[in-house]
Design a protein around this ligand. Sequence first.
Ligand code: FAD
Length: 568
Amino acid sequence: MPYRAPLRDFTFLLDHVVAFDQVRQTDRFSEATPETTKAILTEAGKLCEEVLAPLQRVGDQHPARLENGVVRTSPGFAAAFAAIAEGGWLGITADPEYGGLGLPQTLATAVNDMMSAACLSLQLAPLMTQGQIEALEHHADDTLKARFLPKLNSGEWCGTMNLTEPQAGSDVGALRTKAEPNADGSYAISGQKIYISWGDNDFTDNVCHLVLARLPDGAPGTRGISLFMVPKFIPDSDGNSGARNGLRVVSLEHKLGLHGSPTAVMEYDRATGWLVGAPHQGMAAMFTMMNNARVGVGVQGIGVAEGAYQHALGFARDRKQGKTPVTGSGAIVEHADVRRALSVMKAEIFAMRAIALANSVAIDMARATGSDEWTARAALLTPITKAHGTDIGCEVASAGMQVHGGMGFIEETGAAQYLRDVRVTTIYEGTNGIQAMDLVGRKMMDSGEAAFRMLQDVEDCAESARALLPDLAENVWQAAESLREATEWLVAQNMQDRFAGATAYLRAFARVLGAHYHLKAAMAEDGPRRALARIFITRVLPEHIGLLAQARAGASALYALSEEDLAA
Ligand SMILES: Cc1cc2nc3c(=O)[nH]c(=O)nc-3n(C[C@H](O)[C@H](O)[C@H](O)COP(=O)(O)OP(=O)(O)OC[C@H]3O[C@@H](n4cnc5c(N)ncnc54)[C@H](O)[C@@H]3O)c2cc1C
């Protein structure tokens, strides 16, 4: 079944669930009128259906490869990237002064969702570029901005992020890449980076690497890291790609999935780079790109879930097995267990999409108003979007394979590719374990204030839903209360106990939020939306009870089982 952009869901979510209107009412985003929104979603949807989706299988079957030091991308990817650039989707949220469209993140999230569903391996290239644009806008000086931003926005050049080294994965502070000052104010960058997504390509005139490295006087750990712009070609005096810089792709990784995306080992040998932001402040600057990418990676999970769901639904309507209860047609979509699987998949996607869009609305409101509360809300929701969005991507893709039966395990149907491709999203951009620790650690440094404010919104909404939907409202209210109690317990614990429960806590939080947004949808529209909300609230939400018990279990029991016991 060919991919169909879920435009009705986006419009409904924006209008009735995540209150996108408040973003439109700000001066900064007043141009995002309902008409502009519709035009953006329609255009992006068309691009995804017609140009990107046909490349999904091509990228898988004809992976990017390295030939004599040059990356050759999958057939059709060059033209599709040009079409993405032409549509303005690289600079969708970027500053118009440098050629961006200046639109809200919320719309970028919807566009990225559709692009991920259509062709995840290609979509990673624009995602990295979008993140780099944002990091440069916030941290680069005017010269760097003028030199790089227009070309990144137009898609003539594209961007990557270089953190990981063999000994420095989650522990970024262990990196060894060096930056030595040159006489002209630039720096010589030397070291090896691994797993660099879209580390090279054969369709943009330049590849701009944002590289974390340590200056000679940089302290050990994350405090001594600086950020550098290190392009493949050094821009000449006219601003065009000039001399070849001292960097190269050593090899490309052989991966489980995402074959169309070249994942490179990069070697920097006294490559010329320019400092982005202040010396030793590289982590703060890179966090701008990482936070953008974290929401973007969570959205990758949602997009793939949508693609996998549509694929499974198409199969289930065609495949006939045995006697079926509704029309007797034999189509497996009529069997109760298959109906359960598809309904839960659909409900999960709706819930997670609402969380990501609400996260994006908070980002937009923070940008437009500078409000601390919106900033804290965006920060709270980001690890949830990243971790739960990608978990749901994997779970829905796996359920999609199950709906296909044996044909799901056979590559021809394409069901397996969704699962292979999406699997890495729980790992890269900070593993989901690291996201959960971020939620219960850094994001609760305010003693849980942002979380309690969010829960107050959930409870207020449930209260107002009681008259119309008493049973659903009560379930959501009770779940929010349990999460509030667990949060009160959590913020009183030491970090080790918090970390021991972090993954379960994050998932419970996502369950409560998902139920909250479903309840809002059910309030706004009767019919299928209300039926879907009932499925989520009665079948998925109850999971929070077991999760919160795990979240409060503490660390001591984990360590009571020693390393030797694990090995015994
Ligand atoms: C296909 C692909 C594309 C990638 N693209 C990029 C890219 O473009 N740029 C880039 O810089 N990197 C990229 N990465 C690297 C990716 O971000 C890292 O793989 C990831 O951050 C995890 O690091 P690691 O692999 O070293 O695992 P490790 O850090 O060794 O982690 C192993 C396990 O230990 C856990 N763990 C580690 N530390 C802790 C801790 N303190 N507390 C609790 N648990 C912990 C982790 O959660 C994980 O489960 C990519 C990776 C892949 C596979």
